[in-house]
Write a protein that binds this ligand. Structure first.
Ligand SMILES: Cc1cc2nc3c(=O)[nH]c(=O)nc-3n(C[C@H](O)[C@H](O)[C@H](O)COP(=O)(O)OP(=O)(O)OC[C@H]3O[C@@H](n4cnc5c(N)ncnc54)[C@H](O)[C@@H]3O)c2cc1C
Length: 382
């Protein structure tokens, strides 16, 4: 990593704000086509934001409304991600997942998800009956399931390192400990005022600024003079806690198990990491924005988690759950709101030319990152 702790002067065509998976994917896509790119990250390391606190699932793309950016970029991003990981030796596993109907009434939801998945271009979907669920996953009880064979898991940190390496190999520069605190439009491009981790500050100019600031992407858009409320770009923080399965709990799973989705999340699901450990989550809890964010997990939630998970894993009592970690989603929908799409948009129409906003990059943002990056690269070549 050629990371620098001071900004290496102006002269970059493009500044990417944020070194999470979105910013790093965008940086490599732009560096690859010969653009000079500076990545500014306020933290002391890369991928320490939302990217470090998720399920690391490579989603198939069947949940999102057909024609939405989430559907399109998830399906395209998944293919790109599997191919990229193979080429760069990032570990993935195409485990597959079961979305399970725990009672008769949910079977209809599986039919709807199958239809939506097919309309979104997702291959490898199959409805299976109760006996087949039991054959595939003896610990799981369900009336039926939608089997998604393309779903998998990825080593998110290794993915980010591979994206950074690709970007740096084409001349991109990463600068850590740099917090962008103001953006001023210039006759051509932007002037950025940056505060450094060591207490100093500096200014640099760039032709184009890309906002990949994760939980703070709406705040950065505000710095560019954009009215995030009028645009519907305000982000609401929605926390998700995870519990892990205690060792020796005698539950074994071969694939990911999801209930039918709820309104704000995908339901408390069972995922596996690359070491084969089972964890459950995330739940859905809208929280106030505090700095630093509160990532604590309340152990008392084990009872609620167990109640929810027992619908498909009957032997999962609260004593088998340990608090693990939490993540926060940057949602464009306030509590009780309905579906909101990703925003990946160049802001010329809103009087902020040369500013590209990536807003509301919640799940499936990890899966979609390479496709989001392709989309941004297309905007810049236009
Ligand atoms: C609980 C949870 C589960 C999820 N599960 C999945 C999943 O299984 N599969 C999937 O595909 N997706 C999943 N996601 C979504 C995925 O994790 C995110 O979409 C993705 O990680 C977003 O990455 P990012 O780069 O946009 O944001 P981040 O990783 O947060 O990166 C943004 C970076 O910007 C930096 N930054 C912010 N402001 C400034 C500033 N002013 N100056 C400089 N730097 C700044 C931050 O420090 C941060 O490092 C999940 C998300 C959550 C919360």
């Amino acid at each position: 990593m050629n990371a620098r702790s001071s900004v290496p002067g102006s002269g970059f065509e493009i500044v990417v704000i944020g070194a999470g998976v979105t910013g790093l994917a965008i940086a490599q896509a732009l560096a690859r086509v010969g653009r000079s790119v500076l990545i500014l990250e306020r933290d002391a390391q890369i991928a320490s934001g939302i990217t470090s606190r998720n399920s690391e699932v490579i989603h198939a793309g069947l949940y999102y409304p057909t024609g939405s950016l989430k559907a399109e970029l998830c399906v395209a991003g998944r293919e790109r991600l599997y191919a990229w990981s193979k080429e760069k030796r990032v570990e993935t596993r195409r485990l597959g997942k079961l979305i399970v109907a725990t009672h008769e009434g949910e079977l209809e939801v599986l039919d709807q998800l199958l239809a939506k998945g097919q309309a979104n271009g997702v291959a490898g979907l199959e409805l299976i009956d109760e006996a087949e669920v039991r054959r595939l996953e003896p610990d799981v009880r369900a009336r039926g399931a939608l089997h998604s064979k393309e779903t998998g898991i990825v080593d998110g940190q290794a993915l980010c390192l591979s994206l950074l390496a690709a970007a740096e190999s084409k001349g991109a520069v990463l600068s850590l400990g740099q917090s962008v605190r103001s953006l001023t439009p210039r006759s051509f491009g932007w002037r950025l005022d940056i505060s450094r981790g060591d207490g100093g500050s500096e200014e640099i100019d760039a032709g184009c600024v890309i906002d990949a600031a994760g939980l703070d992407a709406d705040r950065v858009a505000t710095l560019a003079g954009l009215d995030v409320d009028a645009l519907g770009w305000r982000q609401f923080w929605c926390k998700g806690d995870y519990f892990s399965l205690v060792p020796a709990s005698r539950i074994s799973l071969g694939r990911l198990i999801y209930p039918v989705p709820g309104t704000a999340g995908l339901g408390i699901h069972a995922t596996l990491d690359l070491a084969g450990r089972v964890r459950f989550g995330p739940d859905v809890e809208y929280v106030e924005k505090v700095d630093p964010p509160d990532f604590g997990v309340d152990p008392a939630k084990a009872v609620l988690f167990s109640k929810s998970i027992r619908r498909y894993l009957p032997s999962l009592g609260p004593e088998k759950l340990r608090p693990d970690y939490a993540g926060i989603r940057p949602k464009r929908a306030a509590e009780g709101g309905s579906f909101e799409d990703f925003v990946v948009e160049e802001a010329s129409s809103y009087a902020a030319p040369g500013f590209i906003a990536c807003i509301g990059i919640e799940s499936p943002g990890l899966t979609a990152a390479l496709a989001i990056a392709d989309r941004v690269a297309e905007m810049i070549s236009d």
